[in-house]
Write a protein that binds this ligand. Sequence first.
Ligand SMILES: [Zn+2]
Ligand SMILES: [Zn+2]
Length: 273
Amino acid sequence: MQPLSAVLVALVIQGYRFMRFSVLGSGSRGNAVFIENGSTGILIDAGFSGKEIEKRLNSIDRELADVQAICVTHEHNDHICGAGVLSRRCKIPVYANDGTFLAGEKRMGKLFHYKEFETGATVEVGDLQVRSFRVSHDTADPVGFVVGDGDRYLGYCTDTGKVSHLMAQRLSKCQALILEFNHNLEMLKNGPYPLPLQQRVRSSRGHLCNEDAAKFLSQLKGAHLQHVVQAHLSEKNNRPELARRSIKELDLDWTDTTLSIAEQDRALELVEV
Ligand SMILES: [Zn+2]
Ligand SMILES: [Zn+2]
């Protein structure tokens, strides 16, 4: 039998290596996710003010000094509005592809440092590998991300009007998945949005509805999928219980999977992947 101290050391080392994440907020008024592994912390998107992101990090016992990179999915305001200020104020490099940098340049302003990646390529940030994949949205070169440590993986896929084989391939190995459940089709049809905006949301370069997201999730659900966060819910065209019901209706076994819904106004607790 191993001495207790050796077991404890092994547990500490193992614990230290766990990847954790928190959705700091999600929806059309702002998006950001914090992911950490060991001494490395990154943000996917920074779609709140710098102050608000700091406040939400503090709410999960983390601070801006824990962030070593901001990885940006696309140039819409609800994903980049705090990227520039955080980059300058805290000397954090911003990672994005060329299309997003060019289209988001004015909004982000001067950056402390920027690192361009090719869509599809993997970049290393400390202990984390970040791989982008193309999604379908009305911006220059929108992406989702798979973030991992070589052993565990978290997928981030929002702001896409349709899903693809490539996306399924990239996301199928993930233990944790943050997936867009933007709207309920009936609510969108009968809701306050004028027709052109409804058409934009529904288009193949818009946002994913509950039904399509649930169908996609059923394709991705392997035995290893442990955490699903439903994200980017529309406040006008969706309700948490409808998003939740679309998953329950799949008639799959979720016994070993935690299901949660990202919120617009507060951070979810850190989850270990
Ligand atoms: Zn968005
Ligand atoms: Zn968007």
